[in-house]
Design a protein around this ligand. Structure first.
Ligand SMILES: [Zn+2]
Ligand SMILES: [Zn+2]
Length: 442
């Protein structure tokens, strides 16, 4: 494949990167790699680019694209994944988080490393006319989760071929419901991260050209929080305000005071947002109601600021309600308005992934991405274990893949599929080799 740049580097390169400051020892070598006298990345890239494997990944992506399923409804997608894992002889657990699948490859013993793909589509009508257009009205894979699933199956196929040389275990996490922010939480509750030492997540992204990858150490994507506050007072005739405890007034001053958190309490160079988006209360011009409701969202790039904002929102609403003799109940993680923490890449795992990506796409094709205000439920995994999230460039004018995610014309460059499969597989294999044979990864 043209956009994959072949790198002739012995395993020493991969291992020495990951061992950080520690020197190379013979014990770093995996017998498989000694036998093959070639680098891990080289071998994996070759497997990822076998014409039959590329064709198979494209077919899977197209099948999933034709039949998009929304959050927690991914029954056909899940069935397709299980069918392919069965054909490969990969064991799996199912159902996990309703429609999720967790495959395992390797010895079944530690160390454990996890690779994650999301499976759900969006409630969008696909506008692009092509052979494999969505067959379901009003639903579409407009966030490339069809491609993410195909790439993780590609990695499974590669790792299954190397399974006898894996002295550890790879968990392949096929996760439902990324778009509503619930999938990762449910998967974690069902134990998919138990004993896992590191995790990798990839997302196709149209802002970067095909054949490039982009990421950054530390804070990467914003945390997305939401709140719903019910402010309770005492209703009365509006002509006798002295008989009331007015929740409308308490809600109004709460909204004004919430705007002071970002403008007066935070560093202007450190992006944060608090917005009130719904205000409800009362149903008549001459009745002071019993209660008023305000709903809003907050965003921050760092975990510290995200949780600080959440704490201050609660304090401000409760404080302002108390000033006006009302009480307030605040819900932060209710139905339809999930909270996602910021996506924070572990610096060491990021470095390791960065080196692997350079081997796969070539030195000079990896970019330091700026932080941005979108959110990802992969962040929930990163709160539990060290890991890294990576953007995989898929912008190619010829393929028409220049529309952003969540756009009805969105599509991807399918020639990028082997890159994602190779990065996934190389990361998992090298993590296990380093952990077991050389030095401690962390
Ligand atoms: Zn999305
Ligand atoms: Zn997405």
């Amino acid at each position: 494949m043209e956009i994959l740049q072949f790198s002739i580097l012995i395993l020493f390169t991969v291992v020495s990167f990951s061992c950080l400051q520690l020197s190379f020892h013979e014990c770093c070598l995996n017998p498989f790699l000694q036998e093959h006298n070639s680098s891990l990345a080289e071998h994996v890239i070759r497997l990822a680019n076998e014409p039959e494997t590329v064709k198979w990944m494209k077919t899977i992506r197209r099948k999933i694209h034709e039949n998009p399923e929304l959050a927690f409804e991914e029954f056909s997608t899940s069935s397709l994944i299980r069918h392919e894992l069965d054909r490969m002889g990969v064991k799996y657990r199912w159902p996990v988080a309703r429609t999720g699948v967790v495959g395992t490859i390797g010895s079944g013993s530690p160390p454990f490393v996890a690779l994650r793909a999301d499976m759900d589509a969006l409630p969008i009508q696909e506008m692009r006319e092509w052979e494999h257009k969505s067959q379901v009205n009003g639903k579409m894979h407009a966030c490339a989760h069809d491609a993410h699933t195909a790439m993780l199956l590609g990695a499974a196929r590669i790792l299954q071929q190397l399974r006898n040389h894996l002295q550890g275990t790879v968990n392949l996490i096929f996760q439902p419901a990324e778009e509503n922010g619930e999938g990762a939480k449910e998967m974690i509750r069902e134990g998919v991260l138990d004993n896992v030492g590191a995790i990798l997540g990839l997302h196709m992204f149209n802002s970067y050209p095909s054949g490039t990858v982009a990421s950054r150490p530390g804070p990467f994507l914003a945390g997305c929080g939401s709140f719903k506050a019910i402010i309770r007072g005492k209703g009365a005739h509006a002509a006798f305000p002295q008989e009331s405890i007015d929740p409308i007034l308490a809600a109004s001053t709460s909204i004004i005071s919430l705007q002071n958190i970002v403008s007066r309490e935070t560093d202007p160079l450190d992006s944060q947002v608090v917005s009130v988006t719904i205000m409800q209360g009362g149903n008549s011009f001459n009745i002071i109601p019993e209660s008023a409701t305000i709903v809003g969202t907050f965003r921050a790039i760092s975990r510290k600021n995200f949780y600080a904002l959440r704490k201050r929102i609660e304090e401000v609403i409760k404080g302002q309600s108390a000033v006006h003799r009302c009480s307030a109940e605040i819900e932060f993680d209710g139905d339809g308005h999930p909270n996602l923490p910021p996506t924070i890449n572990d610096e060491r795992v990021y470095e390791h992934v960065q080196k692997i990506s350079s081997l796969v796409v070539g030195e000079g094709n990896t970019e330091l991405a700026p932080p941005f205000m979108a959110s990802e439920d992969f962040a929930v995994y990163l709160e539990k274990v060290a890991g890294s999230y990576l953007l995989l460039g898929t912008r190619n004018e010829e393929a028409g893949s220049f529309y952003p995610p969540h756009n009805p014309y969105h599509t991807i460059d399918e020639d990028v599929l082997p890159i994602g499969a190779a990065i996934h597989a190389t990361f998992a294999f090298s993590y296990i080799v380093n952990f077991t044979k050389c030095c401690h990864y962390y």
